[in-house]
Every structure is written in structure tokens, then in C-alpha cells.
Design a protein around this ligand. Structure first.
Ligand SMILES: NC(=O)c1ccc[n+]([C@@H]2O[C@H](COP(=O)([O-])OP(=O)(O)OC[C@H]3O[C@@H](n4cnc5c(N)ncnc54)[C@H](O)[C@@H]3O)[C@@H](O)[C@H]2O)c1
Length: 280
């Protein structure tokens, strides 16, 4: 059985690497040839570095398990057990794409979403198989994190929950079930407030990015500072998540910081664009 991955950006590329390393046949799809090319290079580099560490035995074989394509229809060929959607965090786009995937996949296949915040129930409603729909929220970068949040929708069946957990375990990861998929699930309900406060402190002139990050790391013992973390996530992705949670909860605490909006408008998206709060 193979696994399909739609959207090979920051997260999709990492998930492709994880699935191929674990021995799955993978169909990696993105409509952008540049995104596919970047993802191929990312996966090759990632596999090589894991081979050096002794985690992957045969980089070539793992790489050969991935079929790269610009066409979603290719999910309909191959014996696809599940497709993981990892396109941008935009509700309308995800619903359109998920409905399309639903029309392509065999009826027994699972449709999974890597959304960071959006209602699984609402996304599932874009398909005709809400009982076979579930969240699989990987953390960035996917090859390095042990856990994957599994937010279930209201109609996700127990059988699907079990299949998803088995799939995540087959990736060598630990499934972390979220019984009720509230906006932002669990991880982002802690992480986004941290990013919000960091942006507010920066706007108030309390310290520079590096000074604030240093206090969080050397003082509180965080492995990375909030600005370094936001650069890894992508400022556009963080803003999309904050805007969605703000809209859904209606709490002014989640009002998107102006600095984040301005940086995104300026194309300063973090590591992926070469500049965010820091330059790369
Ligand atoms: N970045 C993170 O740290 C992080 C962590 C966990 C979850 N997520 C979630 O994962 C998803 C993807 O985020 P990302 O950071 O990888 O985004 P990204 O912008 O890096 O990548 C998105 C990819 O989707 C592709 N895409 C755009 N439109 C498409 C379409 N119509 N069909 C297929 N592919 C399309 C783009 O070409 C791009 O390669 C989002 O839902 C995000 O919230 C992100």
C-alpha cells in the first residue's frame, strides 16, 4: 500500500521523507514544479544525513520509493491507503482540494489533513467520507519530531482512528490523540500565545528578537526561541493559524500582531524565503 502526500512545502517534504524512510511507497504531489524540485533536494539531503547517523540504511532505495508528480489524478492509480493533505492553511483552498481528492481516491482510502488549527469536522464535510477523515498534525521538521497530534473530527470513526494511529506508528512516530478538535488543537493553543507575546514585546521595544529569544532559551530553557521557531514554521503559516483561531474563538487575545502582518505582506516568511525575523 502506498501513501499520497499533497503539497510538498515545508511540511509535505518532511512527511515524504518520513514515509519513505519507514518503507512506504509514496506519491508526492504538488502543482508547482519548483516546490517539487525543492522537496526532492530536501528529501535527498535529509536521507543522506540520516544515513550518516545510521538511521537510514539505503538512501537510494528510500528515495526510489517516492514518485513525484504535479497531477493529483495520480493518487487514483497506485494502491493508495491514505492521502495526507499539506497545502497552505487556507480554509477555502483546503475544502476545494479535499473534495477533489475525495473524487479521485478509492472509497476505502483515508483522507488526512496536516492542518495546524482548522476544524477537522468542517474539512471532513468537504468530502463524502467524513468517517474516514482525520487530522495528522506533524511538527516541524517532521523527520526530527517523535509525536504527531491526531485531532479527530466529530464524525471520525473509531476504526479510522485506529487505522490512523497504526499508520503513524508505521512511520516510527508516536500518535498523540486529541479527542476534541478545538481550534489550534493542543500544541498551537500553547505555541501561538507564545508567538503573540513575543511579537507584542518586540513591538513595544522591550528587546530585539535575539534578546527575547535568549531569555526564553537561557532563562526558561526553551530549545529554540519564539522568533527562531516562527521563522522555522513560516510567518505566513503562523499568521494563518492566529487569524483562524482568532476568528473561531472571538477572543481579542488572538488579535494578529501588526508586525507579523507587515512582515508577511513584505514577503519576509522565515527560513523558506531567506528572511523573517532573522536573515538566512
Ligand atoms: N510550517 C509548519 O511549521 C507547520 C507545522 C504543522 C502543520 N503545518 C500545516 O501544514 C500545512 C502546510 O504548511 P507548510 O508550512 O508546509 O506550507 P508551505 O507554504 O511551505 O507549503 C505548501 C505547499 O502547498 C502547495 N500548494 C499550494 N496550492 C496547492 C494546491 N492547490 N494543490 C496542491 N498543493 C498546493 C505549495 O506549492 C507548497 O509547496 C498547513 O496546513 C500548515 O498549517 C505547518
Amino acid at each position: 500500500m502506498s501513501v499520497g502526500i499533497l503539497g510538498t512545502g515545508t511540511m509535505g517534504a518532511g512527511i515524504v521523507q518520513v514515509a519513505a524512510t519507514a518503507g512506504h511507497e509514496v506519491i508526492a504531489c504538488d502543482p508547482s514544479p519548483e516546490a517539487l524540485e525543492k522537496a526532492r533536494a530536501y528529501v535527498r539531503r535529509g536521507l543522506e544525513s540520516f544515513e550518516k547517523k545510521g538511521v537510514v540504511e539505503d538512501t537510494g532505495a528510500a528515495f526510489e520509493r517516492v514518485r513525484w508528480t504535479e497531477k493529483m489524478d495520480d493518487f487514483g492509480e497506485g494502491n493508495v491507503e491514505a492521502v495526507i493533505e499539506a497545502v497552505p492553511e487556507k480554509l477555502a483552498l483546503k475544502k476545494e482540494i479535499l473534495s477533489e481528492i475525495d473524487g479521485i481516491l478509492p472509497s476505502d482510502a483515508l483522507i488526512l489533513t496536516n492542518t495546524s488549527s482548522i476544524s477537522i469536522t468542517e474539512l471532513a464535510a468537504a468530502t463524502k467520507r467524513p468517517e474516514k477523515f482525520c487530522g495528522t498534525h506533524f511538527f516541524t521538521p517532521p523527520p526530527l519530531h517523535e509525536g504527531v497530534e491526531i485531532p479527530r473530527g466529530l464524525l471520525t470513526s473509531d476504526e479510522t482512528g485506529e487505522r490512523v494511529e497504526a499508520l503513524i506508528k508505521s512511520f516510527g512516530k508516536t500518535p498523540l490523540v486529541v479527542r476534541k478538535a478545538v481550534p489550534g488543537f493542543v500544541a498551537n493553543r500553547f505555541l501561538m500565545p507564545l508567538i503573540l507575546e513575543a511579537c507584542r514585546l518586540l513591538e513595544e521595544g522591550v528587546g530585539s528578537e535575539a534578546e527575547i529569544d535568549a531569555i526564553m532559551k537561557k532563562g526558561l530553557g526553551f530549545p529554540v526561541g519564539p522568533f527562531e521557531m516562527t521563522d522555522m514554521i513560516g510567518l505566513d503559516v503562523a499568521l494563518d493559524v492566529i487569524e483562524y483561531v482568532h476568528k473561531e474563538l472571538g477572543e481579542s487575545f488572538y488579535t494578529p500582531p501588526r508586525i507579523l502582518k507587515e512582515y508577511v505582506r513584505a514577503g519576509k516568511l522565515g527560513r523558506k524565503s531567506g528572511e523573517g525575523f532573522y536573515s538566512y
